[in-house]
Design a protein around this ligand. Structure first.
Ligand SMILES: CC(C)(COP(=O)(O)OP(=O)(O)OC[C@H]1O[C@@H](n2cnc3c(N)ncnc32)[C@H](O)[C@@H]1OP(=O)(O)O)[C@@H](O)C(=O)NCCC(=O)NCCS
Length: 212
């Protein structure tokens, strides 16, 4: 069974999640050049505007069209500023499962944006796309990301030993790989009746199909 995600926009109390646009290039490039992004994701450092453009215009549309995933810009409803991204990847339409990850710009962290964006995406995936499983993988020492997973009601399933390559920056500014463990988290439709439910009730979401 195959499928593709539609081009949609998801609104929460404070955020609008929508497809990435070429206008997002400068803000995307800026937020990716960050210590935490360098440490915990595979985003290359430094990250150039050309790489951001390539991701927005080529990689993200190809992922969506192949049915593998979806890349969403997370923007502030009031200011329309880009505050982060939510990424769905390795979607399996037979199992009806997908992997979810998030990055929030350094200046916008600690406001609950990652949790709000991830939860609204999860609700949309379960209610609208009829997915049955969302998986998150967090590097063993990525406390902030684990807090987000826990806050939205994910269950920690175990450890993938040695499965993660994180990155450390030396004093001279160069990055090198360090091997570590992944913690695997999952969210099922029924989990949203639990811990994430409270956040969900206060937030809620609306979708606008056929965004263009
Ligand atoms: C992980 C990330 C997306 C969180 O974004 P955010 O919008 O700040 O997340 P939220 O505000 O929704 O929640 C963050 C939670 O982590 C906590 N937190 C943040 N930094 C922390 C730290 N260094 N140690 C412990 N807890 C931390 C916050 O207190 C908050 O929990 P609380 O609401 O219980 O207080 C952001 O830090 C980021 O972009 N990191 C780099 C990329 C990354 O690691 N992505 C995840 C890959 S799996």
């Amino acid at each position: 069974m195959s499928g593709t995600f539609p081009n949609i926009s998801i609104s929460t109390e404070r955020l609008v999640l929508r497809p990435l646009d070429e206008d997002d290039v400068p803000a995307l490039a800026e937020m990716m050049n960050d210590e935490q992004v360098g440490a915990w994701t595979d985003v290359p450092q430094p990250y150039t505007a050309d790489q951001a453009r390539d991701w927005i215009t080529r990689y993200a549309p190809a992922e969506r069209e192949a049915g593998r995933g979806l890349d969403l810009a997370v923007t502030e409803f009031l200011t329309q500023r880009l505050v982060g991204i939510v990424q769905l990847a390795r979607t399996n339409w037979h199992i009806r499962s997908t992997e979810l990850s998030y990055i929030i710009a350094p200046w916008a962290r600690g406001e609950g944006y990652a949790s709000e964006a991830a939860l609204a995406t999860a609700q949309w995936l379960f209610n609208d796309q009829k997915l049955e499983r969302i998986e998150l993988r967090t590097a063993a020492d990525n406390t902030a990301s684990q807090q987000v997973a826990q806050k939205i009601g994910c269950i920690s399933e175990g450890v993938l030993r040695n499965a993660c390559i994180a990155h450390v920056r030396a004093d001279d500014g160069t990055w090198s790989d360090v091997r570590t463990d992944f913690i695997v988290w999952s969210l099922l439709p029924e989990d949203l009746d639990g811990a994430g439910g409270q956040l969900a009730d206060s937030g809620g979401f609306t979708t606008y199909p056929d965004w263009n």
